[in-house]
Design a protein around this ligand. Sequence first.
Ligand code: NOJ
Length: 537
Amino acid sequence: MKTESNKYLWWQQGIIYQIYPRSYQDSNADGVGDLKGIISRLDYIKELGIKAIWVSPVFPSPMADFGYDISDYKNIHPLFGNLNDFDQLLQEVHARDMKLILDFVPNHSSDQHPWFIESRSSRNNPKRDWYIWKDPKPDGSEPNNWQSMFGGSAWQWDGNTSQYYYHSFLKEQPDLNWRNPDVQYAMLDVMRFWFNKGIDGFRIDVLWHLMKDPEFRDNPVNPDYRPGQPSFNKYIQVNNSDGPDVLEVVRRMRMLTNVHKDRVLIGEIYLPLDKLMKYYGQHNKGVHLPFNFLLLSLPWEADKIAASITQYEAALPPNGWPNWVLGNHDQVRIASRVGLAQARIAAMLLLTLRGTPTIYYGDEIGMHDVPIPEEEVQDPQGLNMPELNVSRDPARTPMQWSEYRYAGFSPHKPWLRLPDNYKRLNVSVQEGRRLSMLNLYKRLISFRQKEPALMVGSYTQVYADKQQLAFLRTYGKTQFLVVLNLTHRPCYFKPKDFRFSGKIELATYPEPEGKMVKNVINLSGDEGVIVRLHDAR
Ligand code: NOJ
């Protein structure tokens, strides 16, 4: 539809779809997904209505953290293919008028990266200062109390050179020293390399970790820590990340990005709202989209979610574009968190809020976390903290394409097992069913994409209580009222100070569609509706 909404950019109008490449589609029968596999599924993604695909890391890596430990930033891991396959993927994505976003992991490399091998070889190696090395305290203990996100101290002793090096994550993922200009130059050069190839943007891994406290002061003790929580929770994470000068680095990344037309930077940042907003940068010269993870962490309660949406909207800087995330490769899947019935509501929420939505592969068919037997756990977070049940494998299992062996993902036994129910929970079954999650996603996406009010219109909260939340999306004279029941029990939407009349255009189950409503909507449990209002007040 040609409207004023054309003044918005693709990453404001379009929907992002995250692919965990090990698990999307295997093309060479080794049980692990790859680039050619993704190419073979591009028509599916296009038909879903997606604008941009974000692919988690596909670069050479010893796979200690499944690709988030990179040993060569400018190449492709043979497991996934090679640079020619990558070029073909990019070309095929563009041929379908879609965009490709890569994962950029600047905070740490693999300990097998030639830079780190050099850095650890001697104290006076020219690359020594590319990583974070510190002397022990006089008693030989770690330089400070900073903890690894994967459990235990974040400092690893190197007997060869008698110093500790710092790793926010695994000891196989040493943190780069971003205060060294040569590191900055080398990493910006990585971005340039992929931009020159023609990619459309980066999702930047743990962006807020790049700069630490220059004085390496201890983190304060967390009075709320309870045994049974990961060790990093013992301390309040203030000094080991979000350092004062991180925004200058972000600004440089953005400047480089601006040299290339129409690209996007998305920052992975888990911080409270006030701190998160800073990553938009002064005058929006930071990342275009600091990921908004509110929906991942909030209790599934209508009034709390409504209040958070309002807070988020209010906290945005002028012209800062919002975004919403329901799941990713580090989190419990939405269908497991809120149940399948509410996952339909979650889909409607994600796809009617103001801002760019990101969909995690498989959520569109309601994939749930798969129980991985203890002896099959592969995720280092799960292996390092077995008593906490924090493995991320359950949310990373192969895409369920069909009822065939291994769900059509691969002819070979996949790297992570499939759930027992894949024969009924898969794309091919759902394509043929009007009421499936897949069809709900498709209908929501296509409706959103043809209605500027839903795609880019303004947001106004209307009502929230313990069960339901309601909001308006407005563009010019078009106005939609979205009402969502976040519980399994029926409820009445009948706000005292808001009169309305209109037609239900879309609902989580289609029965009420086409119905006229006036001032009251009776909602079933787990029901959500999008109402086109007759006259906006
Ligand atoms: C965030 C990524 O999303 C996660 O999967 C990874 O383990 C850490 N960063 C370390 O790179």
